[in-house]
Structure formats: structure tokens, C-alpha cells
Design a protein around this ligand. Structure first.
Ligand SMILES: *Cc1c(COP(=O)(O)O)cnc(C)c1O
Length: 473
């Protein structure tokens, strides 16, 4: 199967090239040429399987069969073997017909581990096969960076550079990026906010000579493989609660529109999802857009859910491509409008499509705090502030007849200061992370400037060094 760019001006690529490319050369994002569909019977057959086996059944069609099944199965098994829960992504009930899907049992306590651990293995597999190296860059609002640093810790072929906004991530989040001490892992503290970091990464990709020189690859959710790897838990959770025989609903804490787009993909693949809820914090560009059809950026405000403090949701472009009937010219126009004036209007038919596909609710800081307290009192379950945005959205919707699944995207111990302020408790880190808060940190401070960032990467990446392949020093 081939993959096409949402902007229609880049060549079609196979899965391996899409995996290594990240962003398409025309600035667009890759999606499969068509959505694979699982039959009712195939979906029913997922029930009762361990998570890593469900992952293979979903990823095999989504990767167009590009990775031999045996290799894919081995990678899924390795990726999900080190989670702190045998079910990998367990469901916990918090109220009648309301469930929390705990996606935070990976090594860095956020859902990003689920996709990143597989992505790192897929990349190393393809680079090994091609006898090549890559320079991997990523922007993080907090959780992607830690997940990437951990997932690529043992990668043999990749040098990893993570850009994070100086002073805007929690201590736990920062330490997950800065405490691993390996010459191929680089945490870059950038003088700016997350949108600046994301813009710098996009600029690196759009500088085509630099991109080719250092063999640039991306690990943000602009990378198709990450989205694909997130489709897995929608199927796993839904079949546990009776799909495909009965539908379920999902509420998804949303920043870059990656996770919620994975839910949309699951629906395209035949999973019966009744209601899909976009849950945002006070940075509510998506909630406003669902309401009034206008996508308009505002200043980012800092909240207790920093991983969602985002105004430009990159993956929304993938949805616009779908909703417009895969009209790349329409996507290019909208994205140019965004670049030039910070806004675009969906128009009647796109607005209707968006409205038909998703609900959206934003939660301000008061609602987040009230939700954390309420759920704790009613169920004894401690939600982190990101998850609380989704729980708030569900509580606004009233009683439903189908199971409502709230995605828990982070462990509350990842945000101890916020939790202390809200509920007066500092949730303990799992014991496997005991040394995190005392190990020495390694990071480099850089200005919000393309030239400085490119220079640093060029100096450090082993792609430009004559080190023989296979030599890890
Ligand atoms: C990244 C992240 C989100 C947002 O996910 P998107 O795919 O960017 O929408 C939500 N919660 C947590 C804890 C995250 O790390």
C-alpha cells in the first residue's frame, strides 16, 4: 500500500519511507491511500487476546503489510513487555457505564509510550535493514520527549534531538528527558513555547538540503506510524466492553489532534464508535472550531495539563483532508490561510462534517479541579489534569446508553505540583522510577532560532561523522 500527502504535491511513498520521512516534502502529512476495513468477525476475534497480539492485527493492515508479520509480532511483544501492568492498557470502571482506559503504565507514565516504543523499534528495524543512520528530531510539550528518549535508549542507528519549551514542562517530565545519559540522546531546552518548538521542527524539515544532509526523521505525531500505533488501544478497549456487538463512546484529551485522529481511524476501519469527544483544556481552538466552524489561533495559556497547551493542532490537517473528500488543494488553501493570518473558516460542508463526526468540550482550570475531586470522592480513582478534561466533557453529556470510555493519558504522579494544589496529595511515583528525581541532568539551552538549532544538530549527529555503522560510541 502507498501513502499520500495531505497537500498532494509530494510523491506517494511506501510505509518504510513514510516512517523515516515524518513530514511530507510538500509540508503535508502522510495518510494511507485507502483505509483498511476489518470485518465484524475479525473485530470480534480480537476479544480476549493479549494487547501485543491485538496490536499486530491492527498494525499489519495499517502498515500495508510492509513489515513481515513475524518481525512485527516480535516488535510488538518487545514494545509492550515492559509496561507496569499485565493488561498493558487496563480499563477501570469509575461510574455506571463509565470507564477509564489507563494508557499510562509505560516507562514514562504517559500514553505516548504506547506509540513511541513501537516507533523506535520500527525505525531501528528499517535503518538496520537499509544499513543506514538517521537524525531524529521532535518537539515536545512535555510527554513526547521523555517517551522518545526512553524508547530510543537502546536504538543503534538513530541520534535523537528533543526540543522542549524552557521552563514550561514539569520537573518529572524534564527529568525523563535529561537524566538518561547516552551520547546519542540530546535534550534541547528552547527559549520559547511549545508552538515555537513545533515550528522549529517543521522548519528543519522544510529546509530540504539540511533535511537530506542529516537524514532527518520525525517522531512527533506528524509521523504516520505513531498514529497507526495508537489505533490499537481503541480496538482493544472496545472489544473488552463488547464491540463489535455493541458500540462504545470515547472521550479523548486532545492537543495536537493525534490521539483523537487515531480514534477516527479506528472508526474508518470499522470499529463501531457511537460518540467521539474532543476534550480540550482552556486552549480550546478545537472546541471553538467544532462550535463555530472557525479555526483561529490565540495565545497559548499555561494550564495544569501542559501537554495540551497547544494552539496549532498539526494532525487536524489529516482530518481536513478526509472531510474534504481528500481535496489536497482545499487543504493547501486552508493551511496557507493559517500561515498568513492565523485562521481559516471551514465553510458549510466541512463544518457540517466536523460537527457530525465529533463532539467537543473545553475544561477550564476550575472544571479540571472540580472533576478530579469529584471522581476521587465517587470512585477513589485519581485522575491527572489531562484525563480530567475528558472526564469533565463526559460529565457534561449526561447519561448515555453505551459504555463511555475516558482516555487516561497520564499518571497523576507525573504532575505532583498540580495534584498537590488541586487535591492536597502528591501521588507517589511508581518505585521503578525511584532515581528519577536525584539523577544528574544533561541538557543544552538554545535560542528559538533555526540557525542555532541546525548548527548544534550538525555538530552532534553521527550521520555526519565517519563512525562506522554499528559502532555506538
Ligand atoms: C500528548 C498528550 C495529550 C494530547 O495528545 P494529542 O495526540 O497531541 O492530541 C494528552 N495528554 C497527555 C498526557 C499527553 O502527553
Amino acid at each position: 500500500m502507498d501513502y499520500v500527502s495531505t497537500r498532494g504535491l509530494a510523491p506517494k511513498l511506501g510505509f518504510e519511507d513514510v516512517l523515516l520521512a515524518g513530514l511530507a516534502r510538500d509540508g503535508g502529512l502522510y495518510v494511507p491511500e485507502r483505509w483498511p476495513v476489518l470485518s465484524h468477525q475479525e473485530i470480534a476475534g480480537l476479544a480476549g487476546k493479549p494487547f501485543h497480539e491485538v496490536a499486530v492485527e491492527i498494525l499489519d493492515p495499517l502498515t500495508g503489510g510492509a513489515i513481515p508479520r513475524v518481525a512485527l509480532a516480535a516488535m510488538c511483544k518487545a514494545a509492550y513487555g515492559s509496561f507496569g501492568h499485565a493488561a498493558v492498557t487496563p480499563l477501570v470502571q469509575i461510574a455506571p457505564n463509565q470507564f477509564v482506559l489507563e494508557l499510562f503504565h509505560g516507562p514514562t507514565l504517559a500514553f505516548k509510550d504506547v506509540a513511541m516504543r513501537l516507533l523506535a523499534r520500527l525505525m531501528d528495524y528499517v535503518l538496520e535493514k537499509r544499513n543506514a543512520r538517521a537524525t531524529i528530531v521532535g518537539a515536545t510539550s512535555g510527554d513526547t520527549g521523555g517517551a522518545a528518549v526512553d524508547a530510543f535508549r537502546d536504538a543503534r542507528r538513530a541520534d535523537v534531538f528533543i526540543l522542549f519549551p524552557d521552563g514550561r514542562v514539569s520537573d518529572v517530565q524534564r527529568r525523563m528527558m535529561t537524566t538518561p545519559d547516552s551520547p546519542h540522546l540530546h535534550a534541547l531546552s528552547i527559549a520559547g513555547n511549545f508552538d515555537d518548538c513545533q515550528a522549529r521542527v517543521k522548519d528543519l524539515f522544510n529546509n530540504l538540503p539540511f533535511r537530506d544532509r542529516v537524514q532527518l526523521s520525525g517522531i512527533n505525531s506528524i509521523n504516520w506510524a505513531r498514529i497507526a500505533a495508537q489505533v490499537t488501544y481503541y480496538f482493544a478497549a472496545a472489544v473488552t466492553l463488547g464491540a463489535p456487538h455493541r458500540p462504545v463512546s470515547f472521550a479523548v484529551p486532545t492537543g495536537n489532534f493525534g490521539d483523537i485522529f487515531a480514534a477516527y481511524v479506528a472508526r474508518q476501519m470499522g470499529l463501531p464508535i457511537e460518540r467521539l469527544t474532543i476534550a480540550t483544556n482552556s486552549n480550546d481552538i478545537l472546541a471553538r472550531c467544532v462550535k463555530n466552524g472557525i479555526y483561529e489561533t490565540r495565545d497559548v495559556v499555561a494550564t495544569s495539563s501542559p501537554s495540551m497547551d497547544i494552539q496549532v493542532s498539526s494532525n487536524f490537517e489529516r482530518y481536513l483532508f478526509e472531510a474534504s473528500g481528500r481535496d489536497a488543494q482545499c487543504v493547501r488553501q486552508l493551511m496557507n490561510g493559517l500561515k498568513q493570518s492565523g485562521r481559516f473558516e471551514l465553510g458549510t460542508s466541512l463544518a457540517a462534517a466536523l460537527h457530525g463526526e465529533f463532539c467537543a468540550t473545553s475544561a477550564d482550570e476550575i472544571a479540571v479541579a472540580a472533576t478530579i475531586k469529584r471522581v476521587f470522592e465517587q470512585s477513589g480513582n485519581l485522575l491527572d489534569p489531562h484525563t480530567a478534561c475528558a472526564a469533565h466533557a463526559v460529565s457534561m453529556q449526561g447519561c448515555r446508553s453505551v459504555p463511555e470510555i475516558i482516555l487516561a493519558t497520564a499518571h497523576p504522579a507525573k504532575f505532583p505540583d498540580a495534584m498537590q494544589k488541586i487535591i492536597g496529595l502528591r501521588p507517589a511515583l511508581p518505585s521503578r522510577l525511584a532515581r528519577l528525581m536525584t539523577d544528574p541532568e544533561h541538557m543544552t539551552q538554545l535560542p528559538n532560532d533555526n540557525r542555532a538549532i541546525e548548527t548544534f544538530i550538525a555538530q552532534k549527529t553521527r550521520v555526519l561523522q565517519a563512525a562506522p555503522l554499528g559502532d555506538r560510541a
